[in-house]
Design a protein around this ligand. Structure first.
Ligand SMILES: Cc1cc2nc3c(=O)[nH]c(=O)nc-3n(C[C@H](O)[C@H](O)[C@H](O)COP(=O)(O)O)c2cc1C
Length: 172
C-alpha cells in the first residue's frame, strides 16, 4: 500500500504534524502486518496522486485559508483525489483569537477534515506577520497535541486496515 502524507508549512510546525502522523501510521500498519510505503513530502513535491492508494494532506492556515501550494495541489488533483481515501488536516489556531478555520478548505469528497491547534514563535515571523500576531494578540505557544494527532493516525490506520480485502477492522 502506498500512502502519501503531504504538507504545506511556512515555519515547519505543520510539517512536523505530518511527520508524526506518518510515523504513527507506519507503526500501526506494521503491527497489522500491512506492507506500507509512506511518502512524507511537501505538497509542491507531489507529482502524481494516482500513484498512491491513500493520502493525508495538511496545511497551515494563514488568514483563514490554506497555503497556496496546498490549495493548488487540491485543485490540480481534483479528479484523482475523488478516487482514493483522503484525509485532510488544517494546522491553525493558536490561542483564542485566531480566525476560525472551518472554511479553510472545503472538500466533501474527503473522509474527514481535522483541525489541529498550531504553533507560533513570533521571533521567526516576518515583520508583517508579527504585526498581525500582535493585533490578534496571538500568544507564543506550541498548542499542538501529539496525543490527539496520534489518535487520528490510529483512526486512519484502522480505516485502511479495515478496507483491505480479507482483513477485519482493528477494534481497539
Ligand atoms: C500572520 C498569521 C496569520 C495566521 N492566521 C491564522 C488563521 O487565520 N487561522 C488560524 O487558525 N491560524 C492562523 N495562524 C496560526 C498558524 O496557522 C499557526 O501558527 C500554524 O501552526 C503555523 O504553521 P506552520 O509552522 O506550518 O507555518 C496565523 C499565524 C500568523 C503568523
Amino acid at each position: 500500500m502506498r500512502i502519501l502524507v503531504a504538507t504545506a508549512s511556512r515555519y515547519g510546525s505543520t510539517r512536523e504534524v505530518g511527520e508524526r502522523l506518518a510515523a504513527t501510521l507506519a507503526v500501526d500498519l506494521e503491527r497489522q502486518m500491512i506492507e506500507a510505503e509512506i511518502d512524507v513530502i511537501d505538497v509542491v513535491d507531489v507529482e502524481d496522486i494516482a500513484f498512491y492508494d491513500a493520502a493525508i494532506i495538511g496545511s497551515a492556515v494563514y488568514f483563514g485559508r490554506w497555503l497556496r501550494p496546498a490549495r493548488d495541489l487540491i485543485d490540480r488533483e481534483q479528479h484523482n483525489l475523488h478516487q482514493l481515501p483522503v484525509w485532510l488536516f488544517s494546522s491553525g489556531p493558536v490561542g483564542d483569537n485566531t480566525p476560525a478555520t472551518g472554511s479553510a478548505m472545503t472538500a466533501p469528497w474527503a473522509r474527514e477534515h481535522r483541525t489541529f491547534p498550531g504553533k507560533l514563535d513570533r521571533s521567526t515571523l516576518r515583520r508583517s506577520e508579527r504585526l498581525v500576531a500582535a493585533v490578534l494578540r496571538a500568544p507564543d505557544v506550541d498548542d499542538r497535541d501529539f496525543v490527539e494527532i496520534d489518535g487520528w493516525a490510529h483512526d486512519i490506520a484502522s480505516s485502511l486496515a479495515g478496507s483491505r480485502p480479507g482483513r477485519s477492522q482493528i477494534v481497539s
